[in-house]
Design a protein around this ligand. Structure first.
Ligand SMILES: Nc1ncnc2c1ncn2[C@@H]1O[C@H](COP(=O)(O)OP(=O)(O)OP(=O)(O)O)[C@@H](O)[C@H]1O
Ligand SMILES: Nc1nc2c(c(=O)[nH]1)N[C@H]1C(S)=C(S)[C@@H](COP(=O)(O)O)O[C@H]1N2
Length: 179
């Protein structure tokens, strides 16, 4: 265990939010969920960008490599529309893909909306950073993060990131006994 303050990237990917046509509700919703779940020290590194693949890739690299984020949570751009390219950008910058995250989030989201299958959300590892995609609907953020977060601290341990601790009454992180 170490006492480093974990840096967590919160990346909103939305043409309209990035142009100021509507207020970004996704980034603040992710911030709120992480604040509810995490009790160890962390700070947010927040960005809002348009649905532009080179820009998304550049921002993911900057958050992981320069800002030293151990986790990046994105919202938006996971659907089938022409400009939805967040999964492609995530895959392009990741050294390993973590398809279980998307599978679980879609399964859980199906309890709320039949269109959950339209999200191609995925996850991947870049260096010591886990990248997780969430859909753009701000209401999807709690549903999806709550579902996968029990596995996030151990995943970050395995890639040699900081030791994240959760409030067990909100989210019980699972670490195998020998870990
Ligand atoms: N960051 C956000 N803040 C507030 N509402 C959002 C945000 N992102 C998406 N939404 C809402 O969820 C809906 C579906 O999100 P989606 O990512 O498909 O948007 P979109 O149609 O691709 O447009 P845009 O990229 O301009 O947000 C949007 O139409 C909007 O109402
Ligand atoms: N939990 C949850 N998942 C969801 C949704 C939602 O409202 N709640 N919306 C779906 C819809 S309508 C779409 S088109 C896809 C992709 O959304 P995105 O392009 O905004 O990422 O996410 C799906 N997953």
């Amino acid at each position: 265990m170490n006492s480093t303050t974990a840096r967590i990237g919160i990346l909103t990917i939305s043409d309209r939010a990035s142009r100021g046509e509507y207020k970004d509700l996704g980034g603040p919703a992710i911030h709120q969920e992480l604040s509810r779940m995490l009790i160890s020290s962390w700070e947010a590194v927040e960005r809002v960008v348009s649905d532009d693949q080179p820009l998304i890739e550049q921002t993911l690299k900057e958050l992981a490599d320069k800002e030293g984020c151990c986790l990046i949570v994105t919202t938006g751009g996971t659907g089938p529309a022409k400009r939805d390219v967040t999964p492609e950008a995530t895959e392009a910058v990741s050294e390993k893909l973590m398809p279980g995250f998307g599978e679980l989030m879609r399964q859980v989201s199906l309890k709320f909306v039949p269109t959950a299958i339209l999200s191609r959300q995925t996850a991947g590892i870049r260096g010591k950073c886990l990248i997780i995609n969430l859909p753009g609907k701000p209401s999807a953020i709690k549903d999806c993060l709550e579902a996968v977060f029990p596995a996030v601290p151990y995943c970050i341990d395995l890639v040699e990131g900081p030791y994240l601790e959760t409030d067990e009454t909100v989210c019980k992180a699972f670490r195998p006994k020998q870990a």
